[in-house]
Write a protein of this length. Structure first.
Length: 793
């Protein structure tokens, strides 16, 4: 794709072909499209000439006001019809809509979730469940509702209050129904409201042909010059074979996973003289492919098509799944763990190493390699507002060190890959270092199980899996890709697949420790948006360069909330707020060029678990943010609102259903802020006080409220015994030999900070221990040989 407004192009990263089998039947597509085009409707001026099934008519005066607002926000003149095209767009009308939904249903949903979706769509259309042998012709949105079966009328009546199926109702009536779901006493309907409105807004934001013009939003960050190339990684290629026998490879140390933990371990061990092989189930993409489009990034850079939902849909989990793991897609924030967390790990979990100078040296070493510092940080509007608002309120706040080598990193798109290589993540530092020290790599290798010695089931001997090559064009979209079963034999095996995938691999391999997959921590967040009186272009500048840590220890026991900025790419941010109708959403979207966005991030005290699907083994997450942790998140939301009010935000939104925004009526943004000398600054606006009181009393209604997580920790935690943990302080899996874990899954509890540095520091310590152990074995072996030689002499 062309990166408009830049001096460079972004290379395409085509997706593999979508499944041939249609995920939905014709009737289900009709219902799904009708819901999508209600969530993001085609808005028309007046009723004359309006197709009520495809368009949402507005009164002429209402339409004219909406068009005027969009033009004003987008700085378009009256003769420019972009605003009218923007209002006339709908979600399902976009050419890629069907492809995106097909991939999601076929590839990213568990059978249970898929069956649930199909059941709902069936209940909303004209298919009669009691007559499965009946195959009606394809239904169009103008199908005759009088031909419907009685059993369908009952299903439609229960879900919509109408005997007419959803697709045969007008857009206006459908909007009332979906809004009603959000207010329903029935949890299922509230969940449907949130799930459908989030999905179809995200799809439209990824595919809209006018969004870039309305927001002034480019496809990539604007730079004077982008990096011409990245490190020239060489990946082993498995030769084709007609034999059914597996290819066998041998190495000293095998590392499964190329993310923050695996990359640091690879560098450390390769530089110690070990023969190291790193395998990754995904692929390396050079900087010329960055930043990827939002649709492509979901497939190439993130797990499960972009997001994994918990079983109860209360939280959406984003995992980096690519060469370099989370270090390729994170936001550069480089925070070391606080002292109270390290003391908890030492005192509560018996892991005294975490309070030693050795662990501090590991943290410092990884920071030094990436050039972590606060030098040359230029805060954008969102981050500056955090620092200035906290200063005015007397709250503790600071700049967040970045892993950017002390250089300016003006990239708000870095969560879809860093074009400049300014972010010194694993693909720029630790993995090239490992390669220079002799490490080898395999991409496209998915490990199915860990192998153990036939004579001693405690001794790990390597792994087995399937390697899939790239296609003839160097991508992964072609059908001419080679697949081979591969066995890798290793003296030592390190699993570094991350907190979501590492426990699944251990369970697939027959390990039965009851703590595998449990104690999962996610740092759940809720969001706040601020709208300002001027354009701020929030996707410009570094993403997360400041933090308010005033509330990180609310309970006095190390648990609370941090206030931080968040990525401001449209489809990653806007759908997380309450849907209040089609027109409201389009006006809300048009305001994004004036928005800044924030998260209230909790160090969660209570965890969940990872477990495999009984049928296909895919990941399931059982996790609901606890009432204890939600209390801290809510406090953070309220504090963010106060801070943004003090900074002069015109509108403030919390990602909580049923609240609505606070809109400052005064022309003077400072008119109701008390800043008297010798007193703590306080907000004295009665309207704002009433709004915050409503937020506090409302809390986070379930299941209407959605939480988000980009940090996964603790699912194979470290401890002092197999009775309370999965690995010992050296990272070795209890009850095994030569098997280790070196990723964030070994955290004893939540880190309370963005986990990259903690993860890397722990991995370096584990790898140092393995290197020392290997050296001792070599010395013992050498001494044994010499003793034998002397005896023979």
């Amino acid at each position: 794709m062309s990166a408009e407004g830049t001096t460079y192009n972004v290379s395409d990263t085509p997706l593999p072909p979508a499944p041939n089998e249609d995920a939905l039947n014709a009737q289900q597509w009709s219902v799904l499209s009708a819901i999508a085009d209600t969530v993001v409707p085609a808005l028309s001026r007046g009723r004359n000439g309006t197709d009520r099934l495809l368009q949402r008519p507005l009164r002429e005066a209402e339409y004219d006001v909406a068009a005027k607002r969009v033009r004003a926000l987008a700085t378009l003149d009256d003769s420019d019809e972009t605003a009218l095209h923007y209002l006339s767009e709908s979600s399902a009308a976009q050419p890629l809509f069907r492809d995106i939904v097909t991939r999601m249903v076929a590839c990213s949903m568990s059978d249970a979730a898929k069956n649930g979706l199909l059941f709902i769509l069936t209940a909303l259309n004209k298919i009669a469940p009691k007559k499965p042998e009946f195959h009606p012709p394809p239904v169009t949105p103008s199908a005759d509702p009088n031909s419907l079966s009685s059993s369908t009328r009952a299903g439609a009546l229960l879900l919509t209050g109408h005997t007419t199926p959803l697709y045969a109702l007008s857009v206006r009536d459908r909007e009332k129904i979906i809004l009603g779901w959000g207010q329903s006493r029935i949890p299922l309907l509230r969940r449907l409201n949130r799930s459908f409105t989030l999905l179809f807004r995200a799809i439209w934001l990824r595919t809209s042909p006018t969004l870039e013009a309305v927001l002034g939003y480019p496809k990539a960050p604007v730079y004077a010059q982008a990096a011409s190339t990245g490190y020239g990684f060489h990946f082993l290629q498995i030769p084709p074979s007609t034999s059914a026998e597996a290819e066998v490879i041998e190495t000293d140390v095998l590392i499964v996973g190329s993310g923050c933990g695996g990359a640091v371990a690879a560098k450390t061990l390769a530089e110690s003289g070990q023969k190291v092989l790193v395998v990754e189930k995904q692929y390396y993409w050079a900087p010329e492919h960055f930043p990827m489009g939002e649709r492509e990034a979901g497939q190439h850079l993130f797990g499960n098509g972009g997001v994994i939902s918990s079983d109860d849909s209360s939280i959406s989990v984003v995992t980096g799944t690519t060469w370099g793991g989370g270090g390729t897609v994170n936001w550069s924030a480089s925070l070391q763990p606080q002292g109270f967390v390290r003391r908890e790990w030492a005192q509560k979990f018996g892991l005294t190493h975490f309070t030693t100078s050795a662990f501090q040296a590991d943290l410092d070493a990884v920071c030094d390699r990436m050039g972590v510092s606060t030098t040359n940080i230029t805060h954008n509007k969102g981050n500056l507002a955090l620092l200035e608002g906290a200063r005015k309120l007397g709250w503790s706040a600071k700049a967040v060190a970045q892993n950017t080598g002390g250089e300016l990193h003006h990239d708000g798109f870095c969560t879809r890959g860093c074009r400049t290589c300014g972010k010194k993540g694993p693909t720029v530092t630790f993995l090239p270092d490992a390669a220079e020290a002799g490490a080898t790599f395999i991409e496209g290798f998915e490990v199915s199980q860990i192998l153990f010695d036939e004579n001693d089931a405690t001794v790990a001997t390597g792994v087995k899996g399937v390697w899939t090559s790239r296609d003839a064009r160097g991508g992964v979209a072609g059908e001419d890709r080679t697949r081979r079963e591969v066995i890798i034999k290793a003296k030592r095996t390190i699993i570094a697949g991350g907190s979501v995938y590492t426990p699944l691999l251990l369970q697939r391999s027959g390990l039965s420790n009851k703590h595998i997959g449990r104690h999962l921590h996610l740092h759940p967040v809720n969001l706040v948006a601020a709208v300002w009186d001027e354009d701020v272009r929030p996707w410009e500048g570094a993403i997360l360069t400041s933090v308010v840590n005033e509330f990180e220890n609310i309970d006095g026991d190390g648990y609370g909330a941090k206030l931080e900025c968040t990525t401001m790419l449209p489809s990653s941010f806007l759908p997380l707020f309450e849907w209040r109708g089609g027109l409201d959403f389009k006006e809300f979207t048009a305001k994004m060029r004036r928005m800044t966005g924030y998260i209230s991030l909790a160090r969660d005290r209570y965890g969940g678990r990872i477990y495999p699907d009984a049928k296909d083994g895919r990941c399931h997450i059982q996790y609901t943010p606890s009432a204890y942790d939600q209390k801290h998140i809510l406090e953070g939301v309220l504090c963010l609102a106060e801070l943004l009010y003090v900074e002069g935000a015109r509108e403030i939104y919390a990602a909580i259903p049923g609240i609505g925004p606070f809109v400052r009526p005064s022309a003077d943004p400072d008119s109701n802020v008390s800043m008297h000398a010798n007193s703590s600054p306080s907000v004295t606006d009665p309207a704002f006080a009433a709004w915050t009181a409503k937020v506090r009393s409302h809390g986070f209604p379930s299941p209407g409220t959605g939480f988000l997580s980009a940090h996964q920790m603790g699912s194979c935690r470290m401890g002092t015994s197999p009775k309370n943990s999965v690995v010992d302080y050296r990272g070795r899996v209890w009850g095994t030999q030569n098997l280790y874990i070196a990723d964030a899954s070994v955290f004893p509890s939540a880190s309370g900070v963005n986990p990259m540095i903690t993860n890397m520091g722990i991995a370096r310590g584990i790898a140092r221990g393995i290197a020392e152990e290997a050296d001792r074995e070599n010395v013992d072996r050498f001494n044994a040989v010499n003793t034998g030689v002397k005896a023979r002499l």
